[in-house]
Design a binder for this molecule. Structure first.
Ligand SMILES: [Mn+2]
Length: 242
């Protein structure tokens, strides 16, 4: 059972609530998991979700409040949701305490990085010289830019030992300084960090959206979810034996 963090969305006066994109659900089901969308409610319920699920996907969404990495918002910073930040920090902390894997996707990678003391580039176009396009204009199911994968990373093994792959890209922020214990596992051509891992603690994060590439039929990206689900099963077994 994999919990997916949600984001607040307001569609109309009559329809607002906690939302997770359908591609997270379909990718987890394809990988053999039971997905569960978790509401954003910091407090005791987050601890209960942490105990209930075997692993967690921190999903994409709005920016992280820069106060959490000791900065003020720059002109390029987008909308943030401080309550969601707090709920996800709490969920991550609990998951790590309980030895349960966490897969950070896009914003989720950034949440992991900030929670572990790292900082973010608040707007790539503002802060990086000669950036490539990270907010792609084609369908989210299609890849658009290349990433180079570090050969000594877990990601390299999981994705079948490709030194470079093409990924989709729907972000305008990225890792600046890495959080404690995190390693950069993939880079874009402009130097932007595109993936991180701490293998011994079951944390992985990617800056792209493998759930939408999986929904578009990518077998390669499905491997990421299969790896994460099997790791969650494995750690459930290990935790049961302790
Ligand atoms: Mn990118």
């Amino acid at each position: 059972m994999i919990g997916i963090s949600s984001g607040y969305v307001k569609l109309s006066e009559f329809s607002e609530g906690d939302y997770a994109h359908k591609d997270y659900i379909s990718s987890l089901i394809k990988a053999g998991a039971v997905p569960l969308i978790l509401p954003i409610v910091p407090g005791p319920s987050v601890d209960a979700y942490a105990a209930l699920c075997d692993g967690f996907v921190l999903s994409g969404g709005c920016d992280v409040n820069p106060q959490f990495f000791d900065q003020d918002p720059t002109p390029g910073c987008g909308v943030f949701d401080t309550e969601r930040d707090r709920a996800e920090f709490q969920l991550l902390q609990q998951a790590m305490k309980l030895g349960k894997p966490v897969f950070g996707i896009c914003r989720g990678l950034q949440v992991i990085n900030v929670a572990l003391g790292g900082t973010l580039i608040q707007d790539i176009a503002d802060e990086i010289d000669h950036p490539i396009q990270h907010t792609q204009k084609v369908s989210r199911k299609e890849g658009s830019h290349r990433v180079r994968i570090a050969k000594d990373s877990r990601l390299y093994q999981v994705l079948g030992e490709h030194e470079a792959i093409v990924v989709n890209s729907l972000h305008h922020q990225s890792v600046a300084r890495l959080g404690d214990g995190l390693r950069a596992a993939a880079f874009a051509a402009d130097g932007v960090v595109e993936a991180v891992d701490i293998t011994e603690k079951g944390l992985i994060g990617v800056q792209w959206h493998p759930e939408s590439m999986t929904a578009g039929g990518s077998e390669l990206m499905l491997h990421l979810f299969e790896y994460f689900v099997s790791l969650s099963k494995e750690m459930k077994q290990v935790n049961a034996e302790i």
